[in-house]
Design a protein around this ligand. Structure first.
Ligand code: ZN
Length: 345
């Protein structure tokens, strides 16, 4: 196959407008930038330079490892940046494509969404070649990168507003063989928790992009709280290595041989989530990892501005384990306070 023409000139078959001097079929190591045309007051003919790397050695499977889909989720960004520096073609058989800061403007701002167009990359797939930058990026990922990959590893964390027990996750599939392959990836990653999102992943996400292309997609929720966790960063780095080993891109190492056990769980629909019933200051009653019962008080909203007012409780709608919690103390009605997971039966 010839090099992918990422300089497609628009108007022809809906190709991407994002250019780049990268040859996805060439053996060796390329570390370069994609060029997203961005004509603004301070730079009439300028572009947004989005880092990308391809490490390839002969025939074999392809892993697309991406992070910075949400710019304030950092463990994955560190893991992929270090991977680009450390991985050499001689270490692998096949191909690893690394996109360390997928929504680059968001990653540079340390924000979930892009400061340019408010775009939440993981709600814009399949994107739009003629859209604003976030939509152009998701269009590029879906139309150029996803078709090249056998496995898409999209490294997320909880971001500024949430904190997770480090987890790997997949969307549910009706196809039992596909579900089995996805669960193998979950276990191969080696995070403390691995879960199946029973609601699927949504068609506007990278999960949707992978499903449309018939590719396997593994996500993570590695930590969060807008910080870089020591343990969660280690889990990210080791997980990426284990996925390469699982795919046969890298030789099995002690990382895979001594892989920690993953607790397999499900995350279902609305009854797995607790939302703030009122605006105020939320006082949580439970922490991550707590097993809770249906009807149990999750915490109360306190009214510091009106101490005469009774606090308003929020309840867990079902039994489960607290997998994720809100970070900031102040809440608006409708903010997600917790979400649960249940052991996979
Ligand atoms: Zn995310």
């Amino acid at each position: 196959m010839a090099a992918i023409n990422t300089t497609a000139n628009g108007g022809m078959g809906g190709g991407t407008r994002i250019a780049g001097d990268i040859d996805f079929e060439a053996d060796g190591k390329q570390v370069t930038w994609l060029k997203l045309p961005f004509s603004v007051h301070r730079s009439a003919y300028g572009h947004i330079a989005i880092p990308i790397a391809v490490i390839k050695n002969g025939k074999g499977p392809t892993l697309l490892a991406m992070s910075g889909n949400h710019g304030d989720e950092y463990e994955g960004q560190i893991a992929t940046t270090k991977l680009i520096r450390s991985l050499e073609p001689k270490d692998i058989k096949g191909r690893v494509i690394v996109l360390p800061a997928a929504n680059f403007p968001a990653a540079m701002a340390g924000m979930r969404t892009s400061p340019i167009d408010d775009g939440n990359l993981n709600r814009t797939f399949p994107g739009n070649r003629d859209g604003t930058p976030t939509w152009m990026i998701s269009h590029y990922i879906e139309s150029v990168l996803v078709p090249l990959a056998d496995v898409i590893l999209d490294l997320h964390s909880g971001g500024s507003s949430l904190l997770y027990i480090p987890s790997a996750l997949v969307g549910v599939s009706r196809d039992k063989k596909r579900t089995a392959k996805l669960l193998e990836l979950v276990e191969a990653f080696g995070a403390p928790v691995g879960y199946v999102n029973l609601g699927g992943g949504g068609d506007r996400t990278s999960t949707g992009a992978a499903e449309r292309a018939g590719k396997l997609r593994l996500g993570t929720e590695l930590g969060g709280a807008g910080m870089v966790g020591v343990e969660s960063t280690r889990i990210a780095e080791e997980g990426v290595r284990r996925i390469m080993e699982h795919m046969g891109i890298a030789k099995p190492s002690a990382l895979t041989q001594k892989k920690p056990k993953t607790r397999l769980m499900d995350v279902g629909g609305d009854d797995y989530y607790v939302y703030a019933p009122e605006a105020g200051l939320f006082e949580p009653y439970v922490d991550l990892g707590t097993m809770v019962k249906k009807g149990q008080v999750a915490g109360v909203v306190q009214f510091v501005d009106n101490p005469k007012r009774e606090p308003v409780p929020a309840h867990f709608p079902r039994d489960g384990m607290v997998l994720c919690k809100r970070v900031p103390g102040r809440v608006e009605r409708g903010d997600c306070l917790f979400h649960l997971a249940t052991d996979r039966s």
